[in-house]
Write a protein that binds this ligand. Structure first.
Ligand SMILES: NC(=O)c1ccc[n+]([C@@H]2O[C@H](COP(=O)([O-])OP(=O)(O)OC[C@H]3O[C@@H](n4cnc5c(N)ncnc54)[C@H](O)[C@@H]3O)[C@@H](O)[C@H]2O)c1
Length: 423
């Protein structure tokens, strides 16, 4: 840690534990490690000022190490008040000299103050997760926009917001939609969220999933993963959707599909992964069984209307870490909310396993390099990384598994590019 490293973290004495966990995660991140080594010798990010807003986890720490090896100066802030691993934050400050502003359990005010502090650093590149930094930049700090080379966005919700900024004509720099890379959402959203969401629920409650009815709200990439994994543990799955195509997919995947109004009285556990607002609302809480468990794994906590729940119940009672029980005023039924409605996989567990974040963060690191290489040539708006980059990340991942696949023969390549050959 240099004298100038500024930070706002829980406790610098946690650094040793954090370093060990960062190094443990690194073992499962071979693709990012290769990128870090390449960055170290080529220094493609030299003197670039980056603000990274991400879940402050051991995997994110390895992304920051890669950026640092490339020559960038990075400030790291949390992308969610409950997702920070305080020991990782301490290790990044102490062992790697990174300025970190993130404390697990920070208030919304502190979270917003950290976003503003980070912008004071006058970044050239923003790595965002949920688009709070870019939105604050546009709303409050337009003076900083001329220096911005571009931004990258990690998650589905952030990309929805970026498209909305694009339509409103306020996104005046290029932004790379990292989530849209296949090596991101096929794996991170599906297998990462699928496993880690159940991990969060189980760590918080120690509940048995076998035989329970689990209602999965939203059958997108995350919802598919959650439903698949919960079924694997013996739960009966009910899916709710608003998109008929996704609903048909859920039906053909073998799940029961119902409107939330009908599912409300059936579920033992409810998991929201829609990226949408108030998908569980007052009238749904009212119908739930006594002791129903409700949690969210979508980006923002507003998927659950917790304000309504607070108004219709006695003050919540904390039963265990991340477990709060609300008793409804009228029916006296109890509704149990996990992790304050924040992403349950990060609030009560450790987020996605490093092996999937390896590909997500390979995409992030290569997106930053791409923005620098393409500086001044990309139009303002939302972009995806070139397909070759996606394919290369998958090839490196396969190689790290020690697996080979076939390559097209010349005859097959010719066949696939020709319309003339039929039967
Ligand atoms: N927990 C994590 O670590 C993690 C990881 C990746 C993404 N996310 C977040 O999870 C959310 C979902 O991401 P995704 O990639 O699956 O998105 P997606 O767009 O693939 O899927 C969302 C699905 O929700 C459905 N939906 C929208 N409103 C609904 C409603 N009222 N009722 C039922 N279904 C509804 C949509 O039709 C869509 O099929 C986003 O907020 C994303 O940012 C969280």
């Amino acid at each position: 840690m240099s004298k100038e490293t500024s930070y706002d973290i829980k406790d610098i004495r946690l650094a040793e534990a954090g370093r060990k966990r960062i190094e443990w995660a690194e073992r499962e991140m071979p693709v990012l490690r290769l990128i870090r080594e390449k960055f170290n010798s080529e220094k493609p990010l030299l003197n670039t000022k980056i603000v990274a807003c991400a879940h402050v986890t051991s995997e994110t720490a390895n992304l920051v190490r890669a950026l640092q090896s490339g020559g960038a100066e990075t400030v790291l802030i949390a992308s969610n008040p409950l997702s920070t691993q305080d020991d990782v934050a301490a290790a990044l400050v102490k062992e790697w000299g990174v300025s970190v502003y993130a404390i697990k359990g920070e208030s919304t005010e502190t979270y917003n103050r950290h976003v503003r502090n980070a912008l004071n650093f006058a970044p050239q590149i923003i790595i965002d997760d949920g688009s709070d930094v870019v939105a604050t930049l546009i709303k409050e700090r337009r003076d900083l926009i001329p220096a911005i080379i571009g931004s990258t966005e990690e998650t589905t919700t952030g990309i929805v917001r970026l498209h909305s900024m694009e339509r409103a004509g306020v996104l005046t720099f290029p932004s790379i939609a990292v989530n849209d890379a296949q090596t991101k959402h096929f794996f991170d959203n599906r297998y990462g969220t699928g496993q880690s969401t159940l991990d969060g629920i189980i760590r918080a409650t120690n509940i048995l999933l076998a035989g329970r009815t689990v209602v999965v709200l939203g059958y997108g990439w995350c919802g598919k993963g959650v439903a698949m994994r919960a079924r694997g543990m013996g739960a009966n799955i009910v899916v709710t959707e608003v998109n008929p195509i996704k609903a048909v997919e859920a039906v053909m995947d073998g799940f029961r599909v119902l409107p939330i109004a009908a599912a409300s009285s059936l579920g033992d556990i409810f998991i929201t992964v829609t990226g949408n607002r108030h998908v569980i609302d007052e009238q749904h809480f009212e119908l739930m069984k006594d002791g129903a468990i409700v949690c969210n794994s979508g980006h923002f906590d507003l998927e659950l209307n917790l304000d309504a729940l607070r108004q219709m119940s006695a003050p919540p009672v904390n039963l265990r870490p991340f477990v709060e029980e609300y008793t409804l005023n009228e029916r006296k039924n109890r509704v149990i909310v996990l992790g304050e409605g924040r992403l349950i996989n990060l609030a009560a567990a450790e987020g996605h396993p490093a092996s999937v974040m390896d590909m997500s963060f390979a995409n992030q690191a290569l997106s930053v390099e791409y923005l620098i290489n393409m500086k001044g040539t990309l139009a303002p708006g939302v972009h995806t990384l070139p397909q070759e980059v996606d394919t290369e990340i998958a090839s490196l991942k396969l190689r790290s598994f020690g697996m080979d696949i076939d390559v097209l023969t010349a005859e097959q390549t010719e066949y696939l590019s020709s319309w003339e050959m039929g039967t």
